[in-house]
Design a protein around this ligand. Structure first.
Ligand code: G3H
Ligand code: 13P
Ligand code: ZN
Length: 342
């Protein structure tokens, strides 16, 4: 069993100055693609499931897919993370299911849409920190909001993270990792042109990292929306309008300034959809789902592999032995919520 806590995985990433991609899953092929890419590149990995993913796949199926992943890939350290938990109840259900990490997204109310105030965010996040750390589980909080709406996640309104508030938030909540809003959004339509430093507020990351050097920073909405992937979809009958994502080199700059977790979902969706459209177009007589799911899985693997290499996590899968959840719980109890980076 190579299930690790996200805290350990991110502490190790901080030690080694690299970032770790957190890839969203909903089904078997996505789990397989990510694990194969991790094996190919010898990378530790974070697999995350949104509330929508849990609803789509069903908790028991998701749990057993992850169990299968740790059985089949015992050499890979993998953290299982609840993406955008909307309430302490959602986070608790993820912990009960066996997740090793949860995000309490208190930047929004529990409808996942309405921006919340600072005190609400502190209160719900603190509640989750106390509950999760008791079980050794890692907690990610979010301050500021992203643009874009992905299914049920997001208000569409962008509120950039205030560094002063970030310091107070981390002190009052005890989160292990902090998602910062720097102008990105979920989904394919992030920017209408290549983002410069005006639109993509990387200086916020630098400032927060200077003031909170031991807090692991998280970049959401970090798909790069590569033109090659969009072009394949459009070539085979799709209709994705011109758009820009977050350039990989900007993410690499972030990694130099404390970004340890990088959330990527859209790029995997684009890769799968392009491969499926291509397969349909190339042989319209085929109707075996394996005919189009196999190239889709391969295309997802390729994009995940490229990100693992770019973020620097490649080669680090076997650097450490997993600390068990009960042992992590003891550490939180002894050292307080903010562990010193090991
Ligand atoms: O938070 C956004 C992720 O891309 C998950 O999206 O809610 O459609 O599963 P989802
Ligand atoms: P993208 O839509 O840019 O892939 O972002 C995913 C994300 O932030 C999941 O929480
Ligand atoms: Zn997100």
């Amino acid at each position: 069993m190579a299930l690790v806590t996200m805290r350990q995985l991110l502490d190790e990433a901080a030690e080694g100055d690299y970032g770790v991609g957190a890839f969203n899953v909903n089904n078997l092929e996505q789990v397989q693609a990510i694990m194969e890419a991790a094996r190919e590149t010898e990378s530790p990995v974070i697999i995350q499931a949104s509330r929508g993913a849990r609803k789509y796949s069903g908790d028991r199926f998701l749990y057993h897919l992850m169990e299968a992943a740790t059985e089949v890939y015992p050499e890979i350290s993998v953290a299982l993370h609840q993406d955008h938990g909307n309430s302490p109840e959602t986070c608790k259900s993820a912990i009960d299911l066996g997740f090793t990490s949860v995000m309490m997204d208190g930047s929004l109310m529990d409808d996942g849409k309405t921006p919340a105030d600072f005190d609400y965010n502190v209160r719900v996040t603190r509640e989750v920190v106390e509950m999760a750390h008791d079980s050794g589980v890692t907690v990610e909080g979010e301050l500021g909001t992203l643009g874009g709406i992905e299914d049920d996640v997001g208000s569409g309104e962008v509120i950039l993270t205030d560094p002063d508030q970030a310091v107070e938030f981390v002190e009052r909540t005890g989160v292990d990792a902090l998602a910062v809003a720097i102008g990105t959004s979920h989904g394919a339509y992030k920017f209408t042109k290549e983002p410069d430093r005006e639109v993509l507020a990387m200086h916020i990351i630098e400032e927060i990292n200077e003031r909170l050097p031991t807090t692991h920073l998280v970049m959401h909405g970090s798909s790069s929306v590569p033109k090659e992937l969009v072009d394949i979809i459009n070539e085979y009958g799709g209709d994705i309008k011109p758009t820009w994502g977050v350039p990989v080199r900007e993410i690499q700059e972030g990694i130099k300034h404390g970004v340890r977790k990088i959330n990527v979902d859209t790029d995997l969706r684009l890769a799968a959809t392009g491969a499926i459209r291509k397969a349909f177009a190339e042989d319209p007589s085929e109707f075996d789902p394996r005919y189009y799911l196999k190239p889709a899985r391969a295309a997802v693997q390729e994009v995940v592999k490229a990100r693992m290499e770019a973020f620097g996590q490649a080669g680090h899968a076997k650097d450490y032995d997993p600390i068990s959840l009960p042992d992590m719980a003891v550490r939180y109890k002894e050292q307080g919520h903010q562990l010193t980076v090991t």
